[in-house]
Design a protein around this ligand. Structure first.
Ligand code: NAD
Length: 253
């Protein structure tokens, strides 16, 4: 049984992560944290926040106080909070799954440094469907590159801070790598939509003379990210060092 701590427990993803951990028979929720001074710390049960009934895990506002109760931390918060959590995990020698997006290049280096002495799965998108789409995009760019315009459009709810999304940027990276391996340099454009409560949509268009191919992924709920993150946490069990992504977890590399 893998003991899991969910940080950012009252966030949109935090609540779904608690639900996903409690539904997985190989995982158990042993700790849940909110931001320092956050509501419910010391008095509210994490299961009640997620709507799955009491789990006997009171929210805390300091991960360091409960870090020894878990094997793996799952973190979907903010870049600054994630860096603080990495430090706590490094001191306690704990593994971490990071879904937070919007890191600056310097902040990303700190995540990489963590992976030199501990184990981390870091992915801009934990959905299994999106990771299948990543694979398909590499193949499409290999076949179509050389004479197409490539347009990446993503749409998310109006509260999402970073744009383009981490997933759109990863799609672009995969396409660029595939193009340059094949000696092509087709133009890539990014478009972002922030509106309403859209969970997450990504469409890549390869537009050529008189035709276009579109590859689209639509997330209908946040549960697909959460089940992927729990799968990553369980996968980390026999890893002690390294920075991995969802392609590693799914064996797609
Ligand atoms: P949110 O704002 O609803 O939740 C973030 C939570 O983190 C908040 O409750 C906030 O109080 C908490 N927090 C901030 N600082 C903290 C600290 N020091 N300790 C503990 N908790 C702290 O945001 P969200 O929609 O849940 O998204 C969170 C992050 O996850 C974003 O970066 C988003 O882009 C990313 N995300 C990634 C994926 C993926 O598959 N990788 C999927 C969805 C969202």
């Amino acid at each position: 049984m893998t003991k899991i701590a969910v940080v950012g427990a009252t966030g949109r993803m935090g609540k779904v992560l608690i639900t996903a951990v409690s539904a997985n028979e190989k995982a158990t929720l042993t700790a849940a944290s909110v931001r320092p001074g956050g509501e419910g710390a010391g008095s509210v049960d994490a299961g009640a926040i997620a709507g799955v009934g009491d789990l006997g895990v009171l929210l805390v506002d300091d991960l360091a106080a409960v870090i020894n109760q878990c094997d793996v931390v799952i973190d979907f918060t903010t870049p600054q909070a994630t860096l603080e959590h990495l430090e706590i995990c490094a001191h306690a020698n704990k593994k971490i799954v990071v879904g937070t997006t919007g890191f600056s290049p310097e902040q990303l280096k700190q995540v990489q440094t963590f992976g030199e002495s501990n184990a981390v799965v870091f992915a801009p998108n934990f959905s299994i469907g999106v990771n299948a789409a990543f694979h398909l995009l590499g193949v499409a760019a290999e076949i179509l590159g050389g004479d197409v315009e490539i347009d990446i459009t993503e749409a998310h709810h109006k509260h999402k801070i970073d744009a383009p999304s981490g997933t759109a940027l990863r799609m672009g990276e995969i396409i660029q790598n595939s193009l340059s391996l094949n000696g092509h340099d087709d133009q890539l454009n990014y478009n972002s939509i922030r509106a309403g409560d859209i969970v997450g949509e990504h469409t890549v268009m390869f537009v050529g003379a008189g035709e276009r191919i579109e590859i689209t992924h639509r997330a209908m709920s946040r549960m697909n990210f959460a089940t992927g993150a729990v799968r990553a946490a369980l996968w980390l069990e026999d890893k002690s060092v390294g920075m991995f992504d969802m392609q590693d977890v799914l064996g797609l590399k």
